[in-house]
Ligand binder design. Sequence first.
Ligand SMILES: Nc1ncnc2c1ncn2[C@@H]1O[C@H](COP(=O)(O)OP(=O)(O)OP(=O)(O)O)[C@@H](O)[C@H]1O
Length: 494
Amino acid sequence: MEPATILVADDDRSICTVLHQALSRAGHTVRTTGTAASLWRMVEDGDGDLVITDVVMPDENALDLLPRIKRLRPNLPVIVMTAQKTLLTAVKATERGAFEYLPKPFDLNELLRIVQRALNTRRGDAPPPALDQRGQPQAEEEMPLVGRSPSMQEVYRVMARIMGTDLTVMITGESGTGKELVARALHDYGKRRGGPFVAINMAAIPRDLIESEMFGHEKGAFTGAAQRKTGRFEQAQGGTLFLDEIGDMPLDAQTRLLRVLQEGEFTTVGGRTPIRADVRIIAATHRDLRQLIQQGLFREDLFYRLNVVPVRLPPLRERREDIADLARHFLKLACDQGLPLKTLSADAIEVLTAYHWPGNVRELENLMRRLAALSAEDVIYRPDIEGEFAEPMPADDDRRRGGSLGEAIDFHLAEYFDAHDDGLPPAGLYDRILREVERPLIERTLVATRGNQIKAAQVLGLNRNTLRKKIRDLSIEVTRGGEPTRIGGSVAGR
Ligand SMILES: Nc1ncnc2c1ncn2[C@@H]1O[C@H](COP(=O)(O)OP(=O)(O)OP(=O)(O)O)[C@@H](O)[C@H]1O
């Protein structure tokens, strides 16, 4: 790596010191400062090959300085560090030409990787500063997405990076995690915000009408088509088309959509004249598309066309630190809509944070609205909430037992990963886990067939010799008419 001069600006001295040490160790010359004014002077003097700056500095916000830096020295990459971990900061930093946005606290190795990347690219192609494109910067409250957990930070970073592009996006996540909200934000803050945002939910339309809903139809194209009808593609021209529950799209419509994506134009049902499709596509699903592909229900080539930028929205139970902020946000929204303003007691927040939220953010939003409307006191306490939960709070054992097999395995795996210091179990995990699943599968079947291996092989759909080999490899002892005996404990258990 070529040594470079790096300007570091942060009023927190300890951060300057840590960065100074790490970057010097990597062979760079480092200049540190605690104010925006002296950073600006260094930049004006032509100093530095790269800037790393905090956002909030005593004399000026670095996001306001950023466009000036980019105007004066467009090829000087700027990495923005911030403790203000909102979508707004990520978007502003990217819009104003930051090379990368790094929420604090961050991993030093990650910073070094980003520094390396920035120095390699020395961005001549940085997007022009887009300050004041929308007039005054928005107040934080206006940003639609609430939550500062690390997993939402990752979502914001991806969103900020693709905001100024027309790239196709695939949003995945359980129901109620905010997929439509993210799609809308990508539109509202992206370059097509002047155009329409049109949503179509594949699960809500009768399957045989989906093609005509999407592409429109000509008069007389099929029985009942009395008039020409424009489809959602046409309505979304110049804007964004949000294809919700894409996993529910019938195969015929998938083929048609794939052609549109390949050729950039479409025809209406029964029509011949191709219409240019000037539409940005954002798709979303709560289903596992790879599994649908394996089952022959979703076209693999379409999947790759749509999955250009994948965005995964974590379920709420994986970002519990966001629950209190979200709950207060929804109480405030309820108040804006005319309901009395309520606050949450500490034990209420505790119980909200512990709940598993099967309906995710939507469930939390509905609960807060209900409480704002129904609770008699200004303060909401724990018992007010406990009585309202749609599903009882499961103990861990129930969670292990409940749900699908995949969920139970996922639950176990999460614990297993957590149990290792750096979150990484020793090598050979794949085979270990498959053995873990194979063992109870075979044992259970042998119990059910009272130790009859021929029957068990039939039930499992395995060749008899294969089953015998597996029984040997997994050290399962078969007792005819009784329970199989396990030799050796769980390999992946704790
Ligand atoms: N991070 C968030 N901040 C604020 N509100 C949120 C957030 N995530 C979701 N919501 C709200 O929760 C509700 C559900 O979100 P949304 O409809 O976007 O979910 P979805 O994943 O598209 O659900 P489905 O798959 O069921 O269609 C909406 O009212 C949305 O405004």
